[in-house]
Ligand binder design. Sequence first.
Ligand code: 4AD
Ligand code: MG
Length: 463
Amino acid sequence: MGKIFVAKLYKNKKNYENKHLTVCGWIKFLRNSKKIGFISLDDGTYIKPLQVIFLNSLKNFQDISNLNIGSAVCVYGKFILTPNAKQPFEIKAEKINIIGKTPSDYILQKKKHSMEFLRTIIHLRPRTFTFAAINRIRSRAAFALQKFLQDNDFFYIHSPIITTNDCEGAGETFTVTTMNLSNPPKTNTGIIDYEKDFFLKHTMLTVSGQLQAECMASALSRVYTFGPTFRAENSNTQRHAAEFWMLEPEIAFSDLSDTINISSSLIKSAIDYVLKTSISDFEFLSETYDKNLINKLENTVKNEFEIISYTEAVNILIKSKVKFEYEIKWGNDLQTEHERYLTEKIFKKPIFVVDYPKNIKAFYMRENKDNKTVAATDMLFPGIGEILGGSQREERLDVLKDRMQKFKLKEEKYQWYLDLRRYGTMKHSGFGLGFERFIMYLTSMTNIRDVLPFPRTVKNADF
Ligand code: 4AD
Ligand code: MG
């Protein structure tokens, strides 16, 4: 047999019983006596390492015994089931090739490091059990979300990363330019002249692929875009990153209730898939960080999400008489503390809040008949707060133009977006799932910096 991954051995050990095979990986732990040695070999494919036994009959026995934690080796030997031992199987080495040595001052020794410390070595932390597990779950979750969408007739489209619009209108964009910043060209009135820039106009990193997804949904019916999005938000919190991934489905011929149904089915199906495919990682995270993790996820799959209106939410919060840091009154946006109170103290499960005041939401959201609210929803999760934001889009040309005026958006810049309402306009809706916030929920990590392999947050970007 050729090279086998450790995960395969755990998945189907009977298949490999008494076979000769090769496993390559890094030494997690090594101990030896004069005659015999043991290696815990980790190739990152599974939460548990593979036990390797090596005897002094190997001609490089002494060299192997001298290896430090972190060294890379390839082991060839016989795979044996060990039903009476602590580990279910082991490999009896007949040959061990030393591929890459590690000196003894290697930082990741067999001891627990704090999450704060590990954030200072983000290039090495994927080698720890915790971060390997998080990144495996991240990969499977990205797949599971897309599997659900593909199974439900959504096409994966790619919205651009460089854009000319600030979709959410929050003014939190990163400018993309090739101009000489120490001496940029200026107009007669002294402001920076982007007409002399690379694209002959001001361009930014996208905050959301939604508007482009709307163009594509107006042609292909059901689409999603999934990619990095960027926000120059100056909020140094546990749940804000400057670069994060967003999954944005856009659904033609649909209204807000379709968005609610599809997004809750999507979340449930993805959690269910990841639980099934990564149960050993969840068991590890549950033992190490949150005893209730698996139970929490199973309940999320099983139970209906609650739906309440923004107005009801505000009333509940006022009635609670809790002293919140941010004032709670109709017309103000809900803050994380409010969102968490609703999900953790009142409903004890994920909820959708619908019909927000029109003045605190983006220009593209559809106005409700009450003239005060828009058909918007935020999905709120216990422990996190907002995880997803969506809405029915304003499909009526005149109402949309009106709203754009109120938001002081220049109509001439949005002719392409208005064309969607001019030619074959239809009811449509969509949403954006904050992928990292979803991974935080899946892993019970409390800091977004720990679910992004290379986090970019305010005042911090490494590599
Ligand atoms: O609520 P947001 O701003 O919605 C949009 O961008 C819409 N255009 C989406 C759509 O309808 N297609 O962002 C969507 C989600 C939020 O609910 C949150 O989970 C996440 O993106 N998010 C962030 N995640 C990490 N760091 C940040 N700075 C984030 N800002 C938003
Ligand atoms: Mg939002």
